[in-house]
Design a protein around this ligand. Structure first.
Ligand SMILES: [Zn+2]
Ligand SMILES: [Zn+2]
Length: 247
């Protein structure tokens, strides 16, 4: 039986130096439930250390928390990685950590990177340089995500910075994104005008929330059977009656 799942697949926690401290995994889960969202993805910059806390916080609730990350490639393009399981995201994290720029986070300049548990208790301050580009090219990032069984989504392609189009000028045909993401700054009509060239890709839209109030500001509705990345992939490609809507 197909049903509608409301998904916000791009949310930063207090581990992202640019996100607010209020973005604790527990508060994010509580806010998503209040806004009747069915699926969220935790997508911090170049790290997934707060994913487990959000999944634990969502246990025994109807909310599905996908294991995600927003990778900054060597070209400074942002790419979302989405997985069902912790094992894959931890493998991705190892690869990304091995490709981070050397150096430590300048907390005064970029902000703190806080790892917490599901009760909002601080576990540690991550000192890695998470905010800058990694040494992974867009090709290796997408291929790595796919080899680990995840979905690769080009983040906020309408943004003038840190998007695949702003950084490369276009989306190369051989870059096999599962979807392109539109930010909250653009509506569907405008997106169709500007990005007609890329309408062979599935499109989604999400909040890219850095503040609690922004969670669910934009969602994508998935019509599918179960809240898994496999069923989401079917919905993105209109397989077996599955489909997506946004805007
Ligand atoms: Zn981004
Ligand atoms: Zn983001």
């Amino acid at each position: 039986m197909l049903r509608e799942f409301k998904a916000d697949l791009h949310i930063h926690t207090c581990l992202s130096p640019c996100a607010e401290l209020e973005m604790s995994p527990m508060a994010i889960v509580r806010t998503a439930l209040k806004k009747e969202i069915d699926i969220i993805a935790i997508t911090d910059h170049n790290s997934a250390e707060n994913v487990i806390a959000a999944r634990n916080a969502a246990q025994h609730t109807d909310l599905t928390v996908l294991a995600g990350m927003e990778i900054t490639t060597s070209e400074e393009a942002h790419i979302l990685a989405l997985f069902d399981d912790m094992e894959s995201i931890m493998k991705l994290q190892d690869i990304v950590y091995n490709n981070l720029m050397p150096g430590v986070n300048d907390e005064k300049r970029f902000g703190e990177q806080i790892v917490v548990n599901e009760k909002d208790e601080v576990l540690e301050f991550n000192r890695r340089l998470l905010i800058t580009a990694t040494e992974l090219s867009v090709y290796s990032a997408v291929n790595t995500i796919h080899s680990l069984g995840g979905l690769a989504v080009a983040s906020h392609i309408d943004k003038e910075v840190f998007s695949i189009i702003s950084q490369l000028g276009f989306i190369p045909d051989n870059l096999k994104f599962n979807a392109l993401e539109m930010s909250t700054h653009i509506d569907r009509t405008r997106a169709e005008e500007l990005f007609a060239l890329y309408n062979s890709y599935p499109w989604i839209s999400s909040s890219d929330a850095h503040f609690l109030e922004d969670i669910g500001k934009r969602t994508t509705r998935f019509f599918m059977n179960e809240p898994t990345t496999a069923d989401m992939a079917s919905a993105l490609h209109n397989i077996n009656g599955r489909r997506v809507e946004w805007g």
